[in-house]
Design a protein around this ligand. Sequence first.
Ligand code: SF4
Length: 256
Amino acid sequence: MIEFPPVPAGEPMSVSASLYTTYLRCPAQALAHAQGVYGPDSRASFSGMLAHRVFARHLTTGPIADDEFALACRQEIGRAMNPKLGSLQLRPSQLDGLIAEVGALYRRFQAASHEGCRGVETELVVAPAPDVTLRGRIDAIFDDAAGVRLVDWKTGALGGAQDQLSFYALLWGLEHGELPAVVEAVSVASGERYEEVPADATAAATAARIIDLVVTLRAGFIDESTVPRRGGPGCRHCPWQDHCEEGVAAVRVLSA
Ligand code: SF4
């Protein structure tokens, strides 16, 4: 049985895996996101989102034929991604190029075995305290001989996948009473793979960090200056970059 430690009462908070990993990189950027302020959409995130829609379609309705692929992509964009397409202002020829890139990712995705998949884009929602909700969306759930395996697909580098996987493992443990057997991140772009067997100690450390996030961001809602800023690659996509000294310095170094 996985127990979540007591959380101090306060402002209601919804903590997603994305907010959690952003917080670990830069608490101030997480504060911006918690307040509904995001940086501009990027072509890379749009293409990654479309690839995930295509992977989910493959696993739920079957393989997509080559001559139907562009239409399938446009249907997925039309379902939920039109606002992002509008903000990127892609010309038709640029969209064709992006769909071709997603097609290359899809061919790599198809080459892997997906035997034992029993859940796609599964939402997990757990409330460890009356005013705190944890949310995660698992790309795929597999039943293996060893037990449940949670998989997160990446369309770029694996990056900070370990923290995201620990968040999913904790959510799964809170909802199902035991941790998954394995959590795994796979880069469809490079074939790189990271796998971990979740442990109680990691789940406890993740819960402690989530409580730290909740306490820190609640304080930030009252006084933004109490929240630490940590410059890094994420500054490029931060909505506060223009008025953040750390961000300006980080982007200057990254652009040198
Ligand atoms: S610009 Fe960089 S350091 Fe500043 S808040 Fe954003 S991510 Fe943090």
